[in-house]
Design a protein around this ligand. Structure first.
Ligand SMILES: Cc1ncc(COP(=O)(O)O)c(C=O)c1O
Length: 522
């Protein structure tokens, strides 16, 4: 028998991948750390249920999410670490003397437990105070593990894995319904998103760019915007924000961003306002709310339309209410466009988008515009487009939506670990707030970006760059190349995105922070 390890750890279970289906196995010698005397499993666990709440004097365990996902919160007497289990080829090894609770079970999740002892009530510690005193008496320092690990930037297969069966069921439901355009799944999803964004209207569309495009077009149809009007947009954003403006014959005017929040800087906005400015597009970039007292004041004084680009911040909450008194992104201004591109916090398995608005008139116009401009069948009030949300995508996202708040909390926990633990003078961290950021990306600034990325990759950490080129620096926008946005330019040159997603663990974040700290400039 092996000496018992004192630290919980994730065990990679070998996989044999085969087109007929995969096979995983635990064996000794091999990855199985003890001889198994008992196997049991938990299933049909209600999502809001908590299991566990004890520790063991002798018994060791390996827990595996055979299907679905759940969290295991492990208390070693000094700190609690949460492990998110969601892969049949990974197990959590729990030595004795660890207080554990299991929660956040997804529907259909099955947890298999392999144990080193047969059941013996004497061996359980069910009183937390007793556990604390035992763990204090027997505490041993954890030995650091010295193995090379790979930290993917984002593995969409893993992100969707916990929902795989439910997603397939949802798609089959649509296939069997015979309703392939619009219908109850789209309508149900629209209601759920409207509720989340605290708005009366949500209109499903084909993608995030079309959502923004249709909002601006809708305001043109309503006479509230005219071709040639100026729309303020941040210098640091994904190019789609700007494409929506120029596509409608409106003029994008770039305002610089704040170097910490990476969002619109109110002073910079004031500098670019002209008598032709009619609208502003705050982009909640990287998941952080772009709305504050100063911006609200500028909007009111200049009677601007506010079109939020909410592609990256679904579920974020503004510290101050928006124009209609609500505080969730997507409901802060007159209208908002959201994207369900697969990498987003709520990602479709293809393209998808939605318009959210407090404005009933706009809702009516964009509902027609997304459907050839028809206000009723075979009657085209507007020369519209075909920009509808696919019901299969709506049905699949309805499976994931109930877990969005939990996933956003997980992103916040990872960002907090990075912010608390990364201490490296070469790495400028983003500021950490609270619910105002759902951390679509965690972006740091590093002067020697290439050197830093290479160092991280050599140590197993994949990173991203969002974005390497400002929109005003793109070949298609040559006429805006002289935009005065020094912070946006600096961000494009120095930005590096660290992994942050629902399928990584908090342990991964601690380890990545340590790797970042070991980076030294030459
Ligand atoms: C800030 C921003 N705006 C707009 C979009 C466009 O969304 P989509 O890719 O769904 O068209 C994206 C997404 O890629 C984005 O990140």
């Amino acid at each position: 028998m092996d000496n018992q390890s004192v630290t919980p750890r994730i065990i990679e279970i070998p996989r044999v991948c085969d087109p007929r289906g995969n096979l995983s196995f635990l064996q000794r010698p091999g990855c199985m750390p003890f001889d198994v005397k008992r196997v049991y499993y938990l299933y049909d666990v209600p999502c809001d249920s908590e299991r566990g709440g004890h520790s063991h004097r002798r018994l060791q365990q390996v827990l595996i999410a055979i299907t679905g996902a759940f969290d295991v919160n492990v208390d070693d007497g000094t700190k609690v670490t949460t492990y998110h289990l969601n892969r049949p080829y990974q197990g959590l090894y729990l030595p004795s003397g660890m207080w554990r609770t299991l929660d956040n079970f997804t529907s259909g999740a099955v947890c298999v437990v392999l144990a080193s002892e047969i059941y013996d009530e004497e061996e359980y510690v069910r009183d937390y105070d007793e556990f604390k005193s035992l763990s204090k008496a027997g505490r041993t320092e954890a030995k650091p593990e010295n193995k090379k690990k790979h930290y993917p930037f984002l593995d969409l297969g893993l992100v969707n894995q916990p929902y795989k069966q439910a997603i397939k069921d949802a798609a089959c439901r649509v296939i069997e319904s015979g309703c392939y355009i619009g219908g109850p799944e789209v309508e149900g999803f629209e209601k759920e998103i409207a509720q989340l964004c605290q708005v009366p209207h949500a209109i499903g569309v084909s993608n995030g760019l079309d959502a923004l495009r249709l909002i601006l077009r809708g305001y043109i149809e309503l006479g509230r915007l005219r071709y040639g009007d100026e729309v303020i947009v941040p210098g640091d954003t994904y190019v789609a924000s700007v494409l929506a403006i120029s596509d409608n014959g409106l003029v994008p005017v770039f305002a610089d961003v704040d170097i910490n929040t990476k969002n619109l800087d109110a002073e910079a906005v004031k500098r670019v306002i002209t008598p032709r400015t009619r609208a502003i597009m705050p982009v909640h970039l990287y998941g952080r709310v772009s709305w504050d007292e100063e911006l609200a004041k500028i909007v009111k004084e200049n009677q601007l339309l506010v079109i939020e680009d909410n592609a990256q911040a679904i579920g974020a909450k503004s510290p101050i209410p928006g124009l209609y008194g609500t505080s969730m992104t997507g409901g802060l201004g007159h209208a908002a466009g959201m994207s369900f591109y697969p990498t987003k916090n709520l990602g479709a398995l293809g393209d998808g988008g939605i318009i959210t608005t407090h404005d009933a008139e706009l809702a009516r116009v964009v509902t027609a515009l997304r459907n050839y401009g028809s206000d009723r069948q075979y009657h085209n009030k507007y020369a519209g487009l075909n920009c509808r949300l696919d019901p299969i995508q709506a049905a699949m996202m309805r499976v994931k939506l109930p877990y969005l708040a939990r996933d956003n909390k997980h992103r916040q926990a990872i960002a907090k670990i990075y912010n608390d633990e990364i201490k490296n003078a070469a790495v400028l961290l983003p500021s950490y707030g609270g619910d105002d950021c759902v951390w679509h990306q965690y972006v740091v600034l590093v002067e020697d970006r290439d050197g830093f990325r290479k160092y991280l990759l050599d140590n197993g950490v994949e990173t991203g760059v969002h974005y390497p080129r400002a929109p005003f620096d793109q070949p298609c926008y040559e006429e805006y190349a002289d935009a005065d946005c020094p912070n946006a330019t600096r961000i494009c040159v120095e930005c590096v995105s660290l992994p942050i997603n629902s399928s990584m663990t908090e342990d991964d974040a601690h380890e990545i922070a340590a790797i970042v700290n070991s980076y030294a400039t030459r």
